[in-house]
Design a protein around this ligand. Structure first.
Ligand code: KG4
Ligand code: ZN
Length: 337
């Protein structure tokens, strides 16, 4: 079995995965959303302190499995430095004390492997990753060959949902709040710009849309001047603009990428409205759409464990005395993840 730890942002999570059949033996996640809600976003220092409390509490529950471990895995990039270090400290301690190998897992590769929890992996695969930190289309040809085909030049999709909710004086995370309000909204009431609509760039951009949302809120009298219907209509109009942007740029990638299997992963892939749009797009292009179960879209250790099973088989181990966080480099389109 492999014990995996995730602490890259505001979720403390530990999983235990069976190496032989990918079976998830144990999985627990403690989310800090409530603690960060009043700030409208994640406060790194607070997140790190909460991991220091929650991770050991979860680890306590894994005691029955500790003598069956063949390896321990931990997210070491990308993410918040101070929160990644909490998971890393725990993982390297287990590796040294139990004398088992350590695996360092790239969080975004973990999101991709959320598709394969308790399943066999599908490769090659085209993936749209939409999370709180990233918006990318990635060509996955193997564990070590993942190429970024398109990326955001500014904000990410999840971040734009969070900021839109924050500007309307709603809670955090914004994604589920906006999606729910949009169900009762008129998506055609506000004419928001579809980002990079007339640009040949195969890239994503969300900051201009965010600014248009801000100006609309100001015209409506600020967050306190908005009625509930205004909130619903703006949520729906915003979500529609995000969808049109994602679909337009994905079409450009689809036009040149023959890979038949396509997937959406990351926190924002839980959005049913966006999923539906991709179901139609995949039908049009003859592709098969894959998504992770809703519970594994946002950050979790089960996806880190699933990737770690593959990495274990390739013996991609790291010296516990050498493991460190990897600084967040902005990776360009055409480069490896
Ligand atoms: O993947 P994730 O848990 O963390 C990162 O790796 O960043 O993604 C969190 C993001 C948040 O920005 C949250 O607002 C967004 O996922 N999210 C959603 C939905 N549920 C979560 N965005 C749109 N619609 C949703 N239903
Ligand atoms: Zn994530």
């Amino acid at each position: 079995m492999i014990l995996s730890i995730e602490s890259s942002c505001d979720d403390s999570s530990i999983a235990i995965t069976n190496i032989e059949d990918n079976k998830l033996i144990f999985h627990k996640k403690i989310s800090q959303e409530k603690e960060h809600a009043c700030y409208g976003g994640v406060v790194p220092e607070l997140a790190s302190r909460l991991h220091a409390i929650d991770l050991p509490n979860i680890l306590e529950e894994t005691k029955p499995y500790l003598n069956k471990l063949k390896a321990v895995a931990v997210t070491n990039q990308p993410g918040l430095g101070v929160t990644l270090l909490e998971g890393i400290a725990m993982a390297k301690t287990i590796a040294v004390v139990q004398d088992i190998p350590l695996l360092a897992v790239h969080h975004l590769k973990g999101h991709i492997y959320s598709l394969f929890i308790e399943k066999e992996a599908i490769v090659p695969l085209l993936v749209l990753l939409i999370s709180g930190g990233h918006t990318q289309i990635i060509r996955v040809e193997g564990l070590e060959k993942m190429t970024i085909l398109a990326t955001s030049i500014d904000d990410s999709v999840g971040e734009s949902f969070d900021k839109t909710a924050k500007m309307m004086g709603l809670g955090y995370p914004g994604g589920p709040i906006i999606e729910k309000l949009a169900l009762n909204g008129d998506e055609n009431r506000f004419k928001l710009p579809v980002p990079l609509r007339n640009s040949p760039l195969i890239a994503f951009s969300l900051s201009g849309l965010k600014n248009a949302v801000r100006l609309t809120i100001e015209r409506l009298g600020g967050d306190e001047g908005m009625s509930h219907q205004d909130q619903c209509d703006l949520s729906a109009s915003f979500q529609k603009a995000v969808k049109l942007h994602l679909i337009q740029k994905s079409k450009k990638v689809f036009a040149t990428e023959p890979i038949k299997d396509f997937a959406i992963v990351g926190g924002s892939s839980a959005n049913i409205y966006i999923r539906k749009a991709y179901e139609e797009l995949c039908k049009e292009f003859g592709k098969t759409l894959h998504t992770a179960p809703l519970e594994y879209c946002s950050d979790n250790a089960a996806m880190i464990g699933r990737y770690a099973v593959e990495a274990f088989k390739k013996e991609m181990f790291i010296d516990p005395y050498q493991i460190d966080i990897v600084s967040n480099k902005k990776r360009q389109s055409g480069t490896e993840l």
